[in-house]
Write a protein that binds this ligand. Sequence first.
Ligand SMILES: [Zn+2]
Length: 406
Amino acid sequence: MFLYIFLFVFLVKELWDLILTLWNKKYSTSPRVKIPEVFKDRISEEDFEKSKNYLIDRTNLEVISHIIDIILSIILILLGFPYFEKLVSSLSKSYILQGLLFFGIFGLINFLVSLPFSIYSTFVIEERYGFNTTTPKVFITDIIKSIIISIILGVPILSLLLWIIEADPNWWWKFALVIIVFEIFISWLYPMFIAPLFNKFYPLEDEELRNKILSLLEKAKFKISNIFVMDASRRTKKVNAYLTGIGNSRRVVLFDTILSYTHDEILAVLAHELGHHVKKHIPKILTLSILFYIAYIYFVFLIYKSPLISQTFNVEKNFSLMVYSFIFISSIAYFINPIINAFSRKFEYSADKFSKELLGTEEPLISSLKRLVKENLANLNPLPLYRIWHYSHPSPEERILALKKE
Ligand SMILES: [Zn+2]
C-alpha cells in the first residue's frame, strides 16, 4: 500500500511541475498575449517574438530532460537503489564507505544524464540567441572544478552525516544542526573561496562611477567596501548584479556585462542590492531556511524510523532508508514552494522601494529593468500560477508598476 502512496506523491509532484512548465509556455507564447504597456517604449515586436521563441526552445529542452529524469527516478526507486545497496555492500565492509559509494554512484548517474542537456543548452540554445560566450575549454574546466569541489566538500560532510545516523537512533536534531552549520559555512566560504575559482573578481576601475557608488553608500549609512566586478562575460552576455556572503565575506557583485549601462542605472541596481543589506534580508532568509530544514529533517526522520520503507522497497541499510525518506518528504515539501517564494518576492519589492527612496527617483531602476528584460530575453507574460510557484522575484512588469505607483 505504501508503495502506491509513495509513487502517487512522487508523480503528483513531478507531473504538476511538468504541467505548470508546459502551461506557462502555452500561455506566454499564445498569439493573444501582447507586449505589456510599460515595455512598449523599449521592446519592439521583433524583440517580443525573439523572447517567445527563446522561451519555447528552453521549455522544450527542459521538458525532455524532466521526462527522462522522472523515468530514471522511477527505475532507481523500484530497482536501482536496492540493487546499488547490495552492490556497495559487497564492495566494502565499512558502512561509511558503502554510503559514500552509494551516493557517489547516484551522483555519477545524475551527472551523466544531465550532461548532454547542459551541452545542448549552452552550445545550441544560448548560442542561437547570441548569449553564449562559453568556450568548450571553459565548459570542461568548469565541470572538472565542480567535481573536485563537490568531492572536497561533500565527502567529509556526508561521512559525518552517515556516522550520525548510524551512531544515534534519535539522530534528527544532530543531523539538522550539521546541515545548518554547513549551510552557514558555505554562505561564508562561497564568495571568498569558491566563486573566485570560476570567475575573476576585480575592484571597479571607473573612478567616476566608484566615487558615485561611495557617496551612495554613505547616503545609505552603510559601511561596505566590497564592491566587485565579475568577469561574467566569459560565459554569457546576460546581465545581472547580486549580493552575497555573510560576515566579512559580504559583498556586492556586478557582472561586467552591466558596465555598459548608464551610471544612474547601475546605481539604481546597486541601491536595490543595498536595500537587501540594510533591511537585513539575508539573515531573515537564513532564519527561515533554518526553520524549514529543522521541520523537513524531522519529517524525514519520522518516515525513516517507521518500518514502511524497508518493508516496501526491500532495503535495509541506513543510507538507502534515508534516500527514500528524503524523496518522499521532498515531494511533499515541494508544495510549500509558493510560500517561500512569496517571502522572497516581498523582499524584492522592499529592496526596489529602498532604491527609489535612496535615489529619490524610480526612473533609473525602471530603465534598467527594461534593459534587463530586453537584453536577457525575459518572458514578458509569465503564467500567473507559474509566477506564484516559481518566481523568487516579482515579474519585471509587476516591479515597474509597483515602482510607478508608490
Ligand atoms: Zn533583489
